[in-house]
Design a protein around this ligand. Structure first.
Ligand code: AMP
Length: 410
């Protein structure tokens, strides 16, 4: 028998009124590892955070996760209502083989994130001292939680980019053979490494979403790896304006025009085909009821804003995607939340599914692209849908994630 403590990603959305779990995707993602440990006779202690509480706040309790877990596992799950309290200590010590204990939200303690809550008007020095003191308390929290178990398993990919007590610091208290990733993190890493390192060519990255500024590092890291870089969504218009096109009142980051030009230049130097939309579906306002017109992407008239790609871009992107063998998609092609401007994103999702059916490996990441894939019922028609928006972005940018290095080293 062994006690295993597992860091999970049960950071699920709750109904504001009933506090019921409204989407259990993340809980389902954790089941294979839970079943494996319990099936092998382990006693299981589950840890997670939920939301961003400041201190103990009942609306961020993990209690609503219990019935969902119990339903999926077909077994009772115990609950300790304070992860560092007496009951957590005694309940974890009393666990029998096959029993499962869920601890209350680890973020009820600021030590989890290691960020001190500071009053206003503190000096820089006081800030420094408070931060150092909090780091000590964070280690203490990690130490106490580590004492509940003999083995530490991290399966919380969604928080792997955070150096928190339960996502990274705890790992220091376990020997190499007693700390490991769960199946979820393992499969996330496998999918990302496949795209980053062993990609079959042609490799196409599709970047969308609102802003260039959010995706600069990712684009820069990908420029050395991809054959094609498709740009869509709101960030299109910063590129178009930088090249002298007319964008009307489309989204534009004026302070990123130079950067857009330098990315275009870098793409040329690295022989990457940078593919921008050729046409634009415009609205006269940011509204599903807006009047629309279609223009060339660099000829959006005054008073209009580009809110989606149109037919010619859909065909152009579709052609490139269908001929690709490795595909990475992050960010929608338009304001896909509005039916009228969702066609471009849906078309890209479908092209990726078609390419996957023809043998391509496709990785989808980022909340909005994942939502678009799910909305179109294509989740099982692509190779991998990432559960970690920020974590995936940082890994693909080439950064080291504290939760990953804490276990596998550099
Ligand atoms: P991100 O979080 O950067 O991936 O951006 C996603 C958001 O970008 C979504 O909410 C989209 O509605 C928004 N978006 C996509 N295309 C456009 C566009 N052409 N104009 C304004 N917002 C857009």
């Amino acid at each position: 028998m062994f006690h295993s403590t597992r860091r999970h990603y049960f950071n699920v959305p709750l109904d504001k009124k009933t506090l019921e779990v409204t989407d259990d995707t993340r809980i389902r993602g954790a089941l294979p590892t839970i079943k494996k440990i319990v099936g092998d006779g382990g006693c299981l202690i589950l840890m997670s955070h939920l939301g961003r509480p400041e201190g103990r706040m009942e609306k961020y309790s993990l209690r609503p996760v219990l019935p969902v877990l119990e339903k999926h596992l077909g077994t009772k799950v115990l609950f300790a209502d304070d992860c560092l309290g007496e009951s957590a200590v005694s309940m974890s010590a009393a666990l029998k083989p096959g029993e499962i204990l869920l601890l209350e939200n680890v973020r009820f303690y600021p030590e989890e994130e290691g960020k001190p809550i500071l009053p206003e008007n503190v000096t820089e020095e006081e800030k420094k001292a408070a931060k150092a003191a909090m780091k000590v308390k964070q280690k203490e929290m990690a130490k106490k939680l580590s004492g509940y178990a003999e083995v530490y398993v991290n399966d919380a990919f969604g928080t792997a980019h955070r150096a928190h007590a339960t996502t990274a610091v705890m790992a220091d208290n376990f020997d190499v053979e007693n700390k490991m990733f769960g199946f979820l993190i393992n499969s996330e890493l496998e999918a990302m490494d496949k795209v980053l390192h062993g990609s079959q060519r042609p490799f196409t990255a599709i970047m969308g979403g609102a802003k260039v500024s959010d995706k600069i590092l990712l684009i820069e890291n990908l420029l050395g790896r991809v054959d094609n870089l498709i740009i869509g969504g709101g960030m299109t218009y910063t590129f178009v304006k930088a090249m002298g096109g007319k964008i009307g009142k489309s989204l534009c980051e004026e302070d990123k025009l130079e950067l857009a030009l330098s990315l275009i230049q870098k793409a040329k130097e690295k022989n990457v085909k940078l593919i921008l939309p050729v046409d634009s579906l415009n609205g006269d306002k940011f509204d599903n009821e807006a009047a629309t017109n279609v223009t060339a992407a660099d000829a959006v008239e005054d008073g209009w804003m580009g809110l989606d790609i149109s037919e010619k871009s859909i065909a152009l992107f579709g052609e490139v995607i269908k001929n690709s063998k490795t595909i990475l998609w992050n960010g929608p092609m338009g304001v896909f939340e509005m039916e009228k401007f969702s066609k471009g994103t849906t078309a890209v999702a479908k092209s990726i599914a078609d390419a996957t059916a023809k043998g391509a490996f496709s990785l989808i990441g980022g909340g909005d692209s994942v939502a678009a894939i799910n909305k179109n019922g294509l989740a099982d028609k692509v190779s991998y849908v990432s559960t970690g928006g920020g974590a995936m972005l940082e890994y693909m940018e080439g950064k080291k994630l504290p939760g990953i290095t804490a276990i596998r080293g550099e």
